[in-house]
Design a protein around this ligand. Structure first.
Ligand SMILES: Nc1ncnc2c1ncn2[C@@H]1O[C@H](COP(=O)(O)OP(=O)(O)O)[C@@H](O)[C@H]1O
Ligand SMILES: [Mg+2]
Length: 390
């Protein structure tokens, strides 16, 4: 994976003498002490992390922990007090006015919590705005804006006014506006926090779906741990301006780095976070459709199971055979094809464990994880799913 962004030792202190106050921070004074003694507010404190091209990197933390300050340093809406922000290898902190303008127009776009739309403009008028500022012709920008609206599922709403739209739809307009500039990086500061929970859930799915098509590098901010773990390829947890832990949702769930994180994740419903790919096992041994029942039994013996999946030439799953059926088949001179069973369930690697539970309950066999071509990726033992219930 290519590193899209590299943030190194970034600090932001609000107040007149931010740079001077840095020394106190380096000497170990806390955010609270600095505020009390100097009247300066520590926004972020010596933050470092990388973001890979095409990932959703979530920054999570309680209100006031420095999330917005940090994300605003990434497009220099906030000027960092110290540190570096490399994007595609260039330290944007050193950009001059012109370079910065180009960077903001071409490479990065932001979606805000309160949408930040123009109420007196139509839907398409809002989406076109950035293109208009850049002097793109009327016809061209209409075309681009219309495409962006299609991507977010608002095709047909071009001429409506903003107030005619629900909150969720308004935020889709915000997203379309950001996408219209075809940025490589999307900054999203609590974009769904103002929406009610049901709409939020739709928006999560929508965002994941859109991202699977557009594959941008996304920095997503939230104070909601469930939202963070649902959306994030990786999550950084912030506290008092510092990053406490960075990792994949599974990493953080399984190895919280300290009590603070433990506290954060203790109420999380793992079945809503973990997916098939996290609990599946790679299958070493499968039986070929052209093999004999005798060989199939041998293979079951090798791996210590009483059933085995049968695959075709390109490892597509054709069925499952049991040891009892194989024994019977040997007696009756039948082939694997004759005893192939189809009473097993298949799923995709992105399915949430929550949705695997009913499958595991109702199935005698492990759940099979396949890709779009029905090729076998792995199997999920029923116990791996059902154990999450206790
Ligand atoms: N413009 C500002 N001036 C002074 N202090 C600020 C400013 N913006 C944010 N802060 C302070 O910086 C800290 C982090 O704030 P913020 O980044 O907005 O947190 P979050 O987005 O995680 O809620 C808070 O203590 C906040 O009061
Ligand atoms: Mg904020």
């Amino acid at each position: 994976m290519v590193k899209k962004m590299e943030i190194k030792n970034l600090s932001k202190i609000f107040g007149k003498n931010g740079k001077k106050i840095l020394k106190n921070l380096d000497a170990g004074m806390t955010k609270g002490e600095i505020l009390k003694k100097t009247g300066h507010t520590v926004g972020i404190n010596n933050v470092s992390f990388d973001v890979k091209a095409g990932e959703i990197f979530v920054i999570m933390g309680l209100s006031g922990s420095g999330k917005s300050t940090l994300i605003r340093c990434l497009n220099l809406l906030n000027k960092p007090t110290s540190g570096e922000v490399f994007i595609d290898g260039e330290n944007i902190v050193e950009y001059n006015r012109k370079e910065l303008q180009k960077f903001r127009q071409e490479k990065i776009a932001m979606v805000f919590q309160h949408f930040g739309l123009f109420n007196h403009r139509s839907v398409i008028g809002n989406v076109e705005y950035g293109l208009e500022v850049r002097g793109i012709s009327k016809m061209e920008r209409y075309k681009i804006a219309k495409e962006a609206l299609e991507i977010v599922g608002l095709g047909g709403w071009e001429d409506n006014m903003i107030h005619e739209l629900s909150g969720g739809m308004q935020q889709r307009v915000g997203l379309a506006r950001a996408l219209a500039n075809s940025p490589e990086i999307l900054l999203m500061d609590e974009p769904f926090s103002a929406l009610d929970p049901l709409i939020r859930r739709d928006m999560h799915l929508e965002l994941l779906d859109i991202q699977s098509k557009i594959k941008k590098t996304i920095i997503f901010i939230t104070h909601d741990v469930n939202e963070a773990f649902k959306l994030g390829d990786r999550v950084a947890v912030m506290k008092d301006g510092q990053i406490v832990q960075i990792g994949t949702p599974e990493d953080i769930l399984n190895n919280p780095s300290n009590e603070y994180i433990e506290d954060f994740v203790k109420d999380i419903d793992r079945t809503k976070i973990l997916r098939a790919k996290h609990v599946m096992k790679k299958v070493g041994v499968v039986a070929s459709i052209n093999t004999s029942p005798k060989v199939a039994i041998k293979e079951m013996e090798d791996v210590g199971t009483s059933s085995i999946f049968v695959v075709g030439e390109s490892r597509e799953v054709l069925g499952i055979v049991t040891i009892d059926d194989c024994l019977e088949a040997i007696k009756n001179k039948e082939s694997i094809k004759d005893i192939l069973r189809d009473d097993f369930v298949t799923t995709h690697k992105e399915t949430y464990v929550q949705d695997l539970i009913p499958m595991a309950v109702n199935s005698k066999f492990p759940i099979v994880v396949v890709n779009e071509d029905k090729k076998l990726l792995g199997i999920i033992l029923r116990v791996s799913v059902l154990a999450s219930l206790i």
